[in-house]
Design a protein around this ligand. Structure first.
Ligand SMILES: Nc1ncnc2c1ncn2[C@@H]1O[C@H](COP(=O)(O)OP(=O)(O)OP(=O)(O)O)[C@@H](O)[C@H]1O
Ligand SMILES: Nc1ncnc2c1ncn2[C@@H]1O[C@H](COP(=O)(O)OP(=O)(O)OP(=O)(O)O)[C@@H](O)[C@H]1O
Length: 637
């Protein structure tokens, strides 16, 4: 159905082709998964199928790509629209109408389908993708995951015989991702639809694939085969495969179910062993400005919580201010994190981070140990007075348009802590991050970051306290080249020249200086945005879906970098649907639902009990409490 014949693509100005020697076929009625490291050319190949490459991107395509017999070089994308439906990595930039319903109908209208058919398919799709409540909403007001669902829905309504999907689940919560993949599988099995899909989170998709095409390295010819065969030698693989390799299972299991069937022996070997802490507990000691490598730099000096009673005056006019205990009177010295209480006995992942299970708040007046980590906050436990938090959110409500996006949210963030914000699409994660950087105003309650009220603080003062990598990295990038972007980031942060560029190369090799950020692959662009923000080493670092488009190696490097920052006393809050990332990185998981906090506790406690948010290793080895392959590998060593 889709045929690549000795295809190579060279972008204008590039010395080498981005992809070369591509020669394979996707048979009708199969789901073929395209995998490989970030920047290896997956989107380029998908674009060659839909005709976007080279018609819209420029560059030279050699060889031949045909879809249902039509050559994509001689047919414009619009001449392929009756056969091919495409979902790109950035839904917002591809939307052509303004509202959800119009977008779902648009493709059918262009093909001239009768109104009654259109109506029926719109209704079906709204139900299928959980979009019914959003049908009249403006697309620009949707959360990232909601936009991605609409983008998927809009290509399904015309019933194309070929679907080309570029990371279609990257912004979806785990349950939504499963639903979308189940729908795709039904189309493949029942209607004979042909699907070519690129995806990094193989743990979500590999079990649905009939075949896998691996692009092992830029310019290297692809390898094609049965999923288990390709996974056996692939440089990118999901945790279930990694665990299978550690345990020596052959053939390699691709699903949690298959792995569980094999796991009795492994569980027996692990019995009685305690998982070591995945992430070391937050280190007691000075908050970041004191221990920071860049501490000689000027603007970052004054980043910690203000001295008790000397911080900026609270903003007036806030109805909740009177009951909001942010004016600490008995907190520790400014710049000093509270002393942790002794670690509990036992070697589980909570070790070293204080008595995490302590159910109640310590008495006010005593500097409580790692308060943010300790308590499972309930709505009616007010934050205990302290100035040691890098951020404090109390009874926060935020409205976005008519939507109550957050309601009565309490959250404290201590130096050295890494918190994963998780929850369904639209639960309010991005809104909470936006509130912490002052992009949205509270309707009620308070937000404090480094002693300041974000939405009333000048951006140049706020950047010394907090940095955000937004869900759409483009929002942060404005220069014409990678080099200029990095130079500007160094200047803005007062960092040594080359700091940002080194971060880029450290995270993801192969990004060239003179590339326009617009022309970077998704993972490359995210890496650049991460580096720009990391250059400032903000005491509080906020990341919105930081692993979209990143391969496992880049993700692992990001994890190392973020752990180092946390060890230096920086606090990190990341909104993510990537349960594997949360397991690797977070001390604490905060679950949001419909704008409210429904769980807040140590990562293992929150995710182990959740079928949606448990990582693969946890599911395979339950009831034992392992989170990552690294823990298992160490225990067996
Ligand atoms: N329009 C363009 N102009 C110039 N170079 C481009 C363009 N689009 C992509 N590239 C380059 O081609 C290479 C392959 O990019 P592509 O987006 O196909 O990778 P990918 O495998 O999809 O990456 P990711 O997993 O990060 O999405 C990258 O090095 C990228 O910088
Ligand atoms: N400008 C706006 N107008 C109206 N509603 C909005 C606006 N921006 C966001 N919302 C709504 O607020 C709710 C919370 O959105 P938010 O982006 O915080 O969710 P999220 O948890 O980050 O979701 P995702 O996982 O999909 O990124 C959603 O229902 C969203 O549709």
């Amino acid at each position: 159905m889709i045929r690549f014949e000795d295809v190579s693509v060279t972008y204008d100005g590039a010395v080498e082709p981005s992809v070369r020697g591509v020669d394979f076929e996707v048979p009708e009625g199969e789901l073929v998964l395209l995998v490989g490291p970030s920047g290896v050319g997956k989107s380029t190949l998908l674009g060659a199928v839909s005709g976007l490459v080279p018609h819209f991107t420029g560059g030279t395509l050699r060889g031949r790509v045909t879809v249902a017999g039509r050559d994509t070089r001689t047919h414009k994308p619009r001449e392929l629209a009756d056969v091919v439906g495409t979902v790109g990595q950035d839904p917002l930039s591809h939307f052509v109408t303004d509202t959800v319903e119009d977008e779902l109908a648009y493709g059918m209208e262009s093909l001239g389908l009768p109104p009654d058919v259109m109506r029926r398919r719109v209704e079906e799709t709204l139900d299928l993708l959980g979009l019914a409540d959003l049908r009249d909403r403006a697309l620009a007001t949707l959360s990232g995951g909601q936009q991605q669902r609409v983008a998927i829905g809009s290509v399904l309504t015309p019933h194309p015989s070929v679907l080309v999907l570029d990371e279609p689940t990257s912004a979806l919560d785990p349950a939504a991702a499963e639903e979308v993949l189940a729908v795709l599988q039904r189309l493949v099995h029942d209607l004979g639809t042909t699907v070519l899909m690129a995806e990094h989170r193989l743990e979500r998709v590999v079990q649905y694939a009939d075949q896998v095409v691996l692009l092992p390295a830029p310019g290297a010819a692809p390898l094609l085969g049965a999923p288990a065969d390709v996974m056996a030698g692939s440089p990118v693989y999901p945790p279930v495969v990694d665990l299978g390799r550690v345990a020596g299972w052959s053939p390699l299991p691709l699903t949690v179910r298959d792995a569980r069937r094999r796991a009795a022996g492994l569980r027996a070997r692990l019995d009685g062993r305690e998982p070591r802490a995945v992430v070391p507990g937050p280190r007691p000691g000075p908050a970041p400005a004191g221990g920071d490598r860049l501490r000689n730099r000027e603007p970052l000096e004054t980043t910690t919580a203000p001295a008790p009673g000397t911080g900026p005056a609270p903003a007036g006019g806030d109805p909740r201010r009177g009951s909001e205990p942010v004016e600490a009177t008995a907190g520790p010295r400014p710049g000093t994190a509270p002393t942790p209480a002794p670690a509990p006995a036992g070697g589980d992942e909570r070790q070293g981070s204080g008595p995490l299970a302590t159910p109640t708040a310590p008495p006010p007046g005593k500097a409580p140990a790692r308060r943010g980590l300790l308590r499972r906050r309930t709505r009616d436990t007010p934050a205990t007075p302290s100035s040691s938090f890098l951020a404090e959110v109390a009874s926060l409500a935020v409205r976005r348009g008519r939507v109550p996006a957050l309601r009565r949210v309490d959250l404290t963030v201590s130096p050295g802590e890494t918190i994963a914000l998780m929850g369904r699409n639209g639960a309010g994660k991005s809104t909470l991050l936006s509130a912490l950087v002052g992009l949205v105003e509270p309707a009620a309650g308070t937000v404090r970051v480094g002693g300041a009220v974000p939405h009333r603080t000048a951006p140049r003062d706020l950047v010394r306290r907090v940095g955000l990598v937004p869900q759409e990295p483009r929002d942060l990038l404005y220069a014409d080249t990678v080099a200029a972007e990095c130079a500007a980031a160094d200047t803005d942060a007062g960092a040594a020249p080359g700091t940002c560029r080194d971060l880029v190369s450290g995270l993801l090799p192969g990004i060239t200086d003179d590339t326009h950020p617009r022309d970077l692959s998704e993972g490359q662009r995210l890496t650049l945005a991460l580096a720009v923000v990391l250059t400032g080493r903000p005491p509080l670092l906020l990341l919105d879906e930081p692993t979209r488009g990143l391969d496992y190696a880049a993700k692992a490097r990001l994890v190392v970098m973020l752990r180092e920052l946390a060890a230096d006393g920086h606090a990190i809050v990341l909104a993510t649907h990537d349960v594997e990332l949360a397991a690797e990185l977070a001390h604490r998981v905060v679950l949001l639902a419909e704008g409210e906090v429904i769980a807040d506790g140590p990562t293992a406690d929150v995710v182990v009990s959740s079928p949606s948010f448990a990582p693969q290793v946890t599911k395979i080895l339950a009831p034992q409490r392992w989170l990552t392959v690294a823990q298992v590998r160490e225990a067996l060593a």
